[in-house]
Every structure is written in structure tokens, then in C-alpha cells.
Design a binder for this molecule. Structure first.
Ligand code: ATP
Ligand code: MG
Length: 667
């Protein structure tokens, strides 16, 4: 019997139990939404710990770091074994962790900075400017597009030529110059000891490929590898798993081909479909029971996905009793009425006793949440947002972080310049001059920060207007690393705020107070860290494309309605789900309709499937019939074609008037 006393056979169904208790080896669990795949993985971790596997030999790869934390918490509730040495997180965070130990083998130092999208864009713009490309005749791709192109190359393994041909044919003529920029960008990252998000994956793979000894080290360590949401791994990620798994490590991947929604970022369904071919002797487990949704919702989702051609046949049975309430289809006059309906209904449901955190509003694109955000605010309903601009991506948060980043990585040109441009009279050229001054001291290459920044930098010549601020900046840097030793991250932030940033904020923004309290919140978050490098890595990873719920200051995770894009809602569940903007042209969106590409439409339909399968008890699908925001004036919208695919008797149409009240309401 297992040490923990967990009754595995009772808490899992036969199929789940078979997977959880299978002997070490290669296993793929492939099953529909809500069938307990994530639960199976969680119990598998518990089972391993229960059978004398040490936590340091386990690697758990999840879609968000939050998901990893939740699974570990769950495991800790199940077993008594120590889980502290278990590595769990996203591919990016695991890559980061590995690279922090071996960056020197790749020509970086261990204190490398992580570039987010904005940093990436400013580096790219600098590289383009330096390449001296003649753009008078034809338009050259902007930094944003370049970043996307380069990212696609890394994540799909396609060549630049192919990416341009298939996705950006109108930039085909620029191939030589784009290639030149790509080289320049790679060099720039090296010179500034910085990695972008793709590098965290690509360089980890490179490290493993070039250094068999390092690979052996991690192969020896991670005897048991577990992967959630396997359908959304791209080729670099799948390569990383292949390398770590080697010939003999145990690997359990769980996924659902019907929920693959990241092909636009290079995810390839083929990784799941070819699993058996790639892993000789692997076992496949299927789970056919759904534990999440009532039959009414499950019937709708089965019908919705059945239309897709490219899928593995599997119909789910519900384990739950019918509620007697069908999913609601709610046409509304316009976006404002839709928002009013959502807010109204949330209040009613809360009165019925459903906690706010058991309700979510989901949408295809972040901007579609604006009216709902406003309406919820007006109605005094607290919410958190897991899509869109996140706390850690805001300019003022990045400004103060730049000081910490530069002090810890003295080659970080982007952060240095960001810091300088807060000063009056310092533009790009003055910043460049000061950067050159700094490089000329030779101190950027030293392993430690200078004992005194002011001693070194007070001698530089900033523009006259900035003379006083410059002095202030130098003294502030001294406070961050007095005598060349870093103080804890929250002390650093405090010095930056009081030393220079507060004054800048006051002078620059009308919402000074909000921004200041954001920074104060960051300071209190920083108090949970001693090590500034760890703190900075965490910040970068939280703002990542991989999606982490925002540290929204409005409220904590509890007692809040969740607003989320469907992509960010993957793997999650709520009692009540509102799916808004379910109109043709919105979802599926018009770009996809215009493309008339079946594969794209199928992916969009999988997204619809992901959305409706998040709901446990109640599902509201709404759309505004008139969209007044369009450039062309009011646009009449028809319901999403995805609804046409579902038999009409599976949904109940609601009639709601302006203001969000149900028409037959007595009031
Ligand atoms: P998704 O495809 O959306 O990621 P999933 O397959 O990972 O879904 P889980 O999130 O693991 O499914 O499980 C869905 C819900 O069903 C959870 O609330 C889970 O606790 C519950 N559940 C799964 N298996 C069982 C079981 N054998 N007994 C009771 N509840 C279960
Ligand atoms: Mg899951």
C-alpha cells in the first residue's frame, strides 16, 4: 500500500488509474476536455513520490507557472513527501533555470537579462537603424513584425524564406536585409548579455546539443518527465522534451488534439499524433468520461467539435446529472447592452449563492472586454483580468525595474538607456553618448558592479538640462549596490522610487497616484525575494507571452470575477461561463473568414470548443446584434457560424432588452 494512504483506485476512474499507476515508460494520455488529464498528472506525481521516487528526479511542465504551483499544492495535500526539489513550471521558466547555471557555456554570463517584447522592439529598431537600409522606395517591416518573424523561425524551425513566403509574401524582396537584421539582432543580444523569450528555449536546446555532459547531467536528474497540454508544444519544446527523455527516462504527456489552439505560435498537432512513432514502445491511454460539465453543456461541445475533420474521434460521456437548464443563447442590441446583461446576471447569480470567483467572462480578443470592464466597475463587481496589459508590462513598472536590471547586468544597454531617458533633455543620441562613456570605462565587462557608481559616472557629461538629475541618478545607483554589493530587491526599488522616480512620475503623469501605488505594490511583492536576479527573472516571466494572470491590484484571486481571453483560459474551469461577442466576424474573426482557409477555421472552432468546455454548470453565449464601433458605421451582425453547427434544440434562446434585463422579468 502507498505510504500516503491515498486510495488511488477510489479517487480515479479505471482509465485514469491505469495511467497513474503504469510502470515507468513512455505514456500519452489523450482525452477530451474536463476528463481529468490534469488530475491524472497530479496523481501521477503523488504516485511517484509514494513509490520512492525522489522529488529532485521529477520535472513537471505546465502551461502557466500558476498551474504548476496549483498542481504542487494539490500534491502536497495528497502526500507527506517533500516536494521542494521538484522542478515545475513552463518551458520558459525551466529553460531560464537551466540557463542560469550554464549561461557561461554559451557565451553569456549567469546574470543575463530577459528581454520582453518592448525591449526586443527597441533593440531591433536600433539594429535596423544601424543597418542603413534604404526604405525610401518600399516599406520595410517594423520592429514588431520583425520580432514575430524571428520568433516564428525559432518556434517552427522553418527558414526565413519559408516564413516570408507563407506569411509575409509582401516582404519577400527584403529577405537579404531581414537576414542582416537577424544577424545584427543576435549579435546585439550577445553584446548586451540578453536573451529574449525564444532564447530561453532555443539556447537550452542548443546547450543540450552542444554539451553532452550537461545533457547527461539533466537526463540523470529528470528520471520522470510529465507534460500537461501536450497538444500545444511547438518544435523547440518538443525537442527539449525529446532530449531530456533520452532513451530511458520515463515520460508522461497528456493532451487533447481538439484543444490545440497555438498553431499560430508554431505549435504542431503532429507532435501528439506522432508520439507513438517517436517513442518506441509507448502506451496510449484514453479517458472517455467528462467530470466537469453537466450533460447539457457537454452535448453542445460534442456537437460543436464534431464538425472538424482533422481530429481523433472521441465522444465524451458526462458523469454528472442533468441540471435541466440548457446553455443560453443571448442576442443583445449592442455591446453596451451585452455588458449590462453580463453584469446584471452576475449580480443575480451571486445573490443565488454562486461566489464571484466561480464565474468567468471569456472572449476571443482582449479589446472585446472593454465594455464589460467598464460595466463591472460601474456595478461595483470586482474582477481580475488575465489577458491584455498586465501589471508587470506597464511602463512605470518597467522603468523602475530598468535600474535593477542595469545594476545587475552592466551590459544591458536597453535598461541603461531606458533609465537615462527619464531625465529631461536626454534623447536617444545623448543616451547613446553616455552609453559609450560607460563602455569606455571598461567596467561593463567586470564581474562585479563598481564599488562606487558616482565616483565613475559623475565625470560623464550629460546634457545641461539633466545635470542635476544625473547626479541624483549616480547617488541612487550607489544605494543599490553600496561597495559593489547588492541590497535586497525591495530596498533597491525603494531607493529608485524615492531617489529619482517619484519626481519623474509627478512631473509626467496626471494619474501619478495610481502609478505610485503600483510601484509600492511591486516593492511589497519584492519583499518575498532576497536575491535580485531571481526577482528580476520572475518579473520577466510573469509578463511573458506564456500568460500569467496579472497581479491586478484591484483584488486578489478570490472574490473576483475572472475576465480572460479564451487562450488564457486553457485548462481552467468555472461554474458559470459567459462567452461574449459570439458573432460572425468577431468569433470566428473576420481575418479568418476572409482567408477562407479550412485549417484556420478548424483551429478557430477548437478555440470555441475550449471556451464552452470551461463551464461546469451554466453557459451564456451572447452577441451584440449591432456593432456601432465599426469604421463603416453601424454593422448588423449575425450569430457565429459555430452556433449553426449545433442543433438548435441544444440551446435556449433568451430575450433581453436594453439595460440587460430579461424581458419577462416582472420588474
Ligand atoms: P482540460 O482539457 O480542460 O485541461 P482536464 O482533462 O485536464 O481538462 P481536469 O481539469 O483534470 O480535466 O478535471 C476536470 C474536473 O473534473 C476537475 O474539477 C477534476 O477535479 C474533476 N475530476 C476529474 N477526474 C475525476 C474523478 N475521477 N473523480 C472526480 N472528479 C474528477
Ligand atoms: Mg487540464
Amino acid at each position: 500500500a502507498p505510504r500516503s494512504g491515498i486510495d488511488y483506485a477510489a479517487e480515479l476512474n479505471a482509465e485514469q488509474h491505469a495511467a497513474v499507476s503504469s510502470p515507468p515508460g513512455r505514456a500519452l494520455v489523450i482525452a477530451g476536455a474536463g476528463s481529468g488529464k490534469t488530475r491524472t498528472l497530479t496523481y501521477r506525481v503523488a504516485w511517484l513520490l509514494d513509490h520512492d521516487v525522489e522529488s529532485r528526479n521529477i520535472l513537471l511542465l505546465t502551461f502557466t507557472n500558476k498551474a504548476a504551483r496549483e498542481m504542487i499544492t494539490r500534491v502536497q495535500e495528497l502526500v507527506t513527501a517533500d516536494t521542494s526539489d521538484l522542478w515545475a513550471g513552463t518551458f520558459h521558466s525551466i529553460g531560464n533555470r537551466i540557463l542560469r547555471r550554464h549561461a557561461d557555456d554559451l557565451g553569456f554570463t549567469r546574470s543575463f537579462s530577459i528581454l520582453d517584447r518592448d525591449d526586443q522592439k527597441s533593440l531591433l529598431s536600433a539594429v535596423v537603424a544601424a543597418c542603413d537600409i534604404d526604405t525610401k522606395q518600399r516599406r520595410f517591416p517594423k520592429a514588431d513584425v520583425l520580432a514575430t518573424i524571428f520568433s516564428l523561425i525559432e518556434n517552427t524551425g522553418e527558414s526565413l524564406e519559408d516564413v516570408l513566403a507563407t506569411r509575409y509574401p509582401y516582404f519577400d524582396d527584403w529577405i537579404e536585409q531581414i537576414d542582416q537584421v537577424r544577424d545584427g539582432y543576435a549579435k546585439k543580444k550577445r553584446d548586451t548579455n540578453s536573451m529574449d523569450f525564444d532564447d530561453l528555449l532555443v539556447l537550452t536546446v542548443k546547450l543540450f546539443e552542444e554539451r553532452p555532459d550537461v545533457l547527461d547531467l539533466y537526463r540523470g536528474k529528470f528520471r520522470h518527465i510529465l507534460v500537461d497540454e501536450y497538444q500545444d508544444t511547438n518544435s523547440v519544446q518538443s525537442r527539449m522534451i525529446d532530449l531530456l527523455a533520452g532513451d530511458s527516462n520515463s515520460l508522461m504527456a497528456v493532451g487533447d488534439d481538439a484543444q490545440s489552439i497555438y498553431s499560430w505560435r508554431g505549435a504542431d498537432l503532429d507532435h501528439i499524433l506522432s508520439f507513438q512513432r517517436r517513442y518506441f514502445n509507448s502506451r496510449i491511454f484514453k479517458i472517455e468520461t467528462n467530470y466537469r460539465s453537466v450533460p447539457e453543456i457537454l452535448d453542445l461541445s460534442n456537437a460543436a467539435i464534431r464538425v472538424n475533420q482533422g481530429r481523433i474521434e472521441k465522444d465524451l460521456r458526462s458523469s454528472r446529472d442533468a441540471l435541466g437548464v440548457k446553455p443560453a443563447l443571448v442576442p443583445l442590441d449592442d455591446p453596451a447592452s451585452q455588458a449590462a446583461f453580463v453584469a446584471q446576471r452576475i449580480l443575480e447569480l451571486r445573490d443565488e449563492g454562486i461566489p464571484l470567483e466561480e464565474m468567468a467572462v471569456l472572449y476571443r480578443a482582449h479589446f472585446q472586454s472593454l465594455e464589460v470592464q467598464m460595466e463591472l466597475t460601474r456595478a461595483g463587481i470586482p474582477f481580475t483580468i488575465t489577458s491584455g496589459l498586465r501589471f508587470f508590462e506597464q511602463a512605470h513598472i518597467k522603468d523602475v525595474s530598468a535600474f535593477l536590471r542595469f545594476v545587475t547586468n552592466r551590459k544591458d544597454e536597453v535598461s541603461f538607456k531606458r533609465m537615462l531617458q527619464l531625465m529631461p533633455g536626454v534623447g536617444p543620441s545623448a543616451a547613446e553618448k553616455l552609453w559609450q562613456n560607460w563602455l569606455a570605462t571598461g567596467l561593463a565587462d567586470k564581474d562585479e558592479p563598481p564599488a562606487s557608481w558616482s565616483e565613475v559616472m559623475l565625470g560623464f557629461k550629460p546634457p545641461k538640462k539633466a545635470a542635476k538629475d544625473w547626479e541624483q541618478l549616480c547617488y541612487t545607483l550607489d544605494e543599490l549596490s553600496p561597495g559593489g554589493v547588492f541590497v535586497p530587491p525591495s530596498n533597491m526599488l525603494f531607493s529608485v522610487l524615492e531617489g529619482v522616480y517619484d519626481e519623474y512620475l509627478k512631473a509626467s503623469f496626471d494619474n501619478y497616484e495610481n502609478r505610485r501605488s503600483d510601484i509600492e505594490q511591486l516593492i511589497s511583492y519584492g519583499q518575498t525575494f532576497d536575491d535580485v536576479l531571481e526577482f528580476l527573472a520572475q518579473l520577466s516571466l510573469m509578463g511573458s507571452v506564456d500568460g500569467e494572470p496579472s497581479g491586478d491590484k484591484r483584488a486578489k484571486d478570490d472574490e473576483c470575477v475572472v475576465l480572460s481571453s479564451i487562450h488564457q483560459a486553457k485548462g481552467l474551469e468555472w461554474k458559470v461561463v459567459f462567452l461574449i461577442w459570439l458573432a460572425d466576424g468577431q468569433f470566428p474573426n473576420s481575418r479568418i473568414l476572409d482567408a477562407e482557409d479550412d485549417a484556420m477555421l478548424e483551429e478557430e472552432r477548437r478555440l470555441f470548443y475550449v471556451a464552452i468546455t470551461r463551464a461546469k454548470d451554466e453557459l451564456y453565449m451572447s452577441y451584440p446584434m449591432i456593432n456601432p464601433k465599426s469604421y463603416t458605421g453601424d454593422v448588423i451582425q449575425r450569430p457565429s457560424r459555430f452556433l449553426d453547427d449545433c442543433p438548435a434544440d441544444l440551446v435556449e434562446e433568451w430575450h433581453v432588452g436594453r439595460g440587460g434585463w430579461v424581458d419577462d422579468d416582472p420588474f
